[in-house]
Design a protein. Structure first.
Length: 139
């Protein structure tokens, strides 16, 4: 970060207990997650719930679920992509503004439960779909 003159704009935090996370998320302009592999990425949804923009790699599991959320930037894991997107985000005002409402709707208990129910009903009506999803053979 020093090489790009960004050391005064970036902060690296150690582990924080769950009850202390909202303060840093609300104070941050953007959460960076250049992960090589992340099963879901709860930290991304937590940040968005606080109107904190996110810049994440396309290897983060939640990426496909949040593409339409305001303040989300999903990019490949290349130095050039990260440099360009980071400089762009840091030059903008609060990039995650309005993401809180999107997350509250998309990840609310009723919304998630409704998607589970739709999937369950689809599998009950068409058992082969469940087998395909679980990788079972049809024999």
């Amino acid at each position: 970060m020093r090489r790009f003159g960004l050391e005064d704009r970036c902060h690296w935090l150690d582990h924080l207990p769950a009850d202390q996370l909202s303060g840093p998320y609300n104070a941050a302009d953007c959460l960076l997650l250049p992960s090589r592999h992340e099963n879901f990425g709860n930290v991304v949804v937590e940040a968005l719930a606080c109107d904190c923009g996110v810049l994440i790699s396309d290897c983060v599991g939640v990426a496909d679920s949040i593409r339409t959320c305001p303040g989300v930037h999903i990019i490949p894991r290349t130095t050039q992509s990260w440099r360009e997107n980071l400089l762009c985000i840091l030059s903008s005002q609060r990039p995650g503004l309005l993401s809180r409402e999107w997350v509250a709707h998309s990840f609310s208990i009723p919304s998630v439960a409704g998607r589970f129910k739709q999937t369950y009903n689809l599998i009950v009506k068409h058992p082969h779909i469940g087998e395909d999803l679980m990788g079972f053979s049809h024999s």
